[in-house]
Design a protein around this ligand. Structure first.
Ligand SMILES: [Zn+2]
Length: 334
């Protein structure tokens, strides 16, 4: 990963560091923007500034005090991270209570305490309500930083207690420059940036580790199941693992693209996706696609709740295969 600070984050950073210089940094911040834009980088830079023992007046941590060394080692006792215990799971009320207790105690270094809620979208209703008390009655020198890709889904009571800063997508030229600096060839960079919806850090992740190839394979498997060439149960077994949420997210996006195409006549930007979806689009009912997409969204929310993931995937894939058959059997005989 490039150590350079992403330039498109600079305007938001300028606001934060200016607030800090003037001593009026809010005690609760909400940083919103699509995943893969670098909200976490911003939050970590701010945490470093707040925890540093000798920050420069310009708003830079010194990089060599004890606090900075702890941070570089990945462990500062006054930096708390509130995140799901497992990826894709919800943040629970018990975790929020534990954080509140920790924040109420004196800081280890005698300076700030910083808590990062990442992602705040993972707070379930109880956890969000539990966090309200901390937001309403912050302990001295405590800064809470909430990260969210969909701030609209956070309770209004939480949003209204935070200073809300939005991180915007860079234009594609700036995004591609960033990716080239990461050593990614232009063709791959362009496709990954497109797939990642213009979010460069997400695009870099896609380009690395064969994620894009995995995505292509998932799309081919869905097309195979739809046409009756692939066995839904075998595909479900193949999907089972640590990346189910990612796969379901892609599937949801493709179904939503299919609905957009059918209803608004807007084909997907990606030629590979358009080609596959076109064949499916001709033999499927828009309403049923919509219903399945809703079920996938619900499945994404319930992934961490202890239900049988294999059964869940099997159910969805069997119904996906059934969509094709329903339409075929309902088609008038000509
Ligand atoms: Zn320092």
């Amino acid at each position: 990963m490039n150590g350079r600070f992403p330039p498109w984050l600079t305007p938001t950073w300028e606001q934060l560091s200016s607030d800090w210089r003037q001593g009026r940094l809010a005690h609760a911040l909400l940083l919103s923007g699509a995943d893969g834009l670098g909200k976490r980088r911003l939050a970590e830079r701010l945490a470093a500034l707040l925890l540093c023992e000798h920050p420069a007046d310009t708003g830079q941590s010194c990089g060599h005090c004890q606090a900075c060394l702890w941070l570089q080692a990945g462990a500062h006792p006054d930096l708390r991270l509130l995140q799901p215990e497992e990826a894709g799971k919800a943040i629970k009320i018990d975790q929020v209570r534990a954080l509140s207790v920790e924040l109420a105690m004196t800081s280890y270094s005698g300076h700030h305490k910083v808590a990062l809620v990442a992602p705040a979208d993972a707070l379930n209703v109880n956890a969000a309500n539990g966090l309200l008390k901390t937001l309403e009655e912050p302990t001295a020198d405590t800064v809470l930083i909430l990260l969210s890709a969909s701030p609209g889904s956070l309770p209004a009571t939480v949003r209204s207690r935070c200073r809300h800063l939005r991180v915007h997508r860079p234009d594609s030229g700036a995004g591609l420059d960033w990716m080239h600096a990461e050593g990614i060839a232009d063709d791959t960079a362009q496709r990954c940036l497109q797939v990642a919806g213009g979010a460069p850090l997400a695009a870099v992740e896609l380009a690395a580790g064969g994620v894009l190839a995995e995505r292509d394979r998932r799309l081919a498997q869905l097309a195979g199941v739809f046409r009756g060439r692939d066995d839904p149960l075998r595909v479900a077994a193949d999907w089972l693992g640590e990346h189910e949420a990612r796969t379901l997210g892609w599937w949801r996006d493709w179904l939503q693209a299919l609905v957009r195409w059918q209803q608004a006549g807007l084909p997907p930007d990606e030629p590979q996706v358009a080609q596959t979806l076109q064949q499916i689009s001709e033999s499927v009912d828009c309403r049923q696609v919509f219903e399945l997409s809703d079920r996938i969204v619900a499945a994404l929310h319930s992934l961490g709740s202890g239900l049988n993931r294999q059964l869940l995937l099997e159910d969805l894939l069997i119904d996906w295969a059934r969509l094709a058959r329903t339409r075929r059997s309902a088609a008038p005989v000509t």
